[in-house]
Design a protein around this ligand. Structure first.
Ligand code: SF4
Length: 208
């Protein structure tokens, strides 16, 4: 199966998946979207109301802001892959549970393998925790780190900046750095993992 077929198969599978209880609140599974050869993969948390209705990621207010952030660095949504750590909407937009994250990870892992992006940008704490389980987002946002041969840049979720206006310039600054980080990913494969000293209890994670 070629990478494009893998993505299409995942798209089909998440519409009927019953690996966790989130399928009860699913109207449309949201596998993610974007070209199979995308250099950047954005990974958010999970579908909200509008995403569940439309079956597409980041289509609400946070998605509009994400589009603006991409435009600021000369990128269109159609040039990047956008997905989530869980593919079905948590009821009432609650946080995904550990068992739901674990059940759904099989799809995200296969998407990452198929797309093989140069840079993975995590949006929010749950996607960051997949790669950097002990990191604190306030300490590491906007910093590139190599994790298992992948360049990962943790960022705040765009919705966080909408809820907390003081975060907006922080998110904009982090995004503005992305082109340079991508260039580094291409030119400096020896890019080193930065040591993480601050630890947080994963049970204490909140949405952003
Ligand atoms: S969230 Fe993921 S694992 Fe759970 S039912 Fe949906 S597709 Fe399956």
């Amino acid at each position: 199966m070629n990478p494009e077929e893998v993505l299409r198969e995942i798209e089909r599978q998440v519409q009927v998946c019953k690996r966790c209880d989130l399928h009860y609140s699913r109207k449309h599974g949201v596998a993610g979207e974007g070209p199979v050869n995308a250099a950047i993969m954005f990974i958010g948390e999970g579908p909200g109301f509008h995403e569940n209705e439309q079956g597409r990621p980041f289509v609400g207010a946070a998605g509009k802001f994400l589009d603006e952030l991409l435009a600021q660095i000369g990128l269109k949504r159609s040039e990047v892959f956008i997905g989530n750590v869980v593919k079905c909407r948590p009821p009432g937009n609650r946080d995904p549970k550990p068992e739901e994250l674990e059940a759904c990870d099989i799809y995200l892992e296969r998407q990452i393998q198929a797309i093989n992006p140069k840079v993975i940008v995590t949006l929010g704490r749950y996607s960051m925790a997949k790669f950097l389980p002990h990191a604190k987002i306030s300490a590491v946002h906007g910093r590139a780190m190599r994790v298992k041969d992948r360049l990962v840049v943790p960022m705040y979720h765009p919705a966080a900046a909408l809820h907390q206006p003081s975060l907006r310039p922080v998110v904009e600054r982090d995004f503005a750095q992305l082109p340079e980080l991508i260039a580094k990913a291409e030119d400096a494969p020896e890019y080193q993992v930065e040591p993480l000293e601050e630890k947080s209890d994963p049970k204490q994670l909140t949405l952003f």
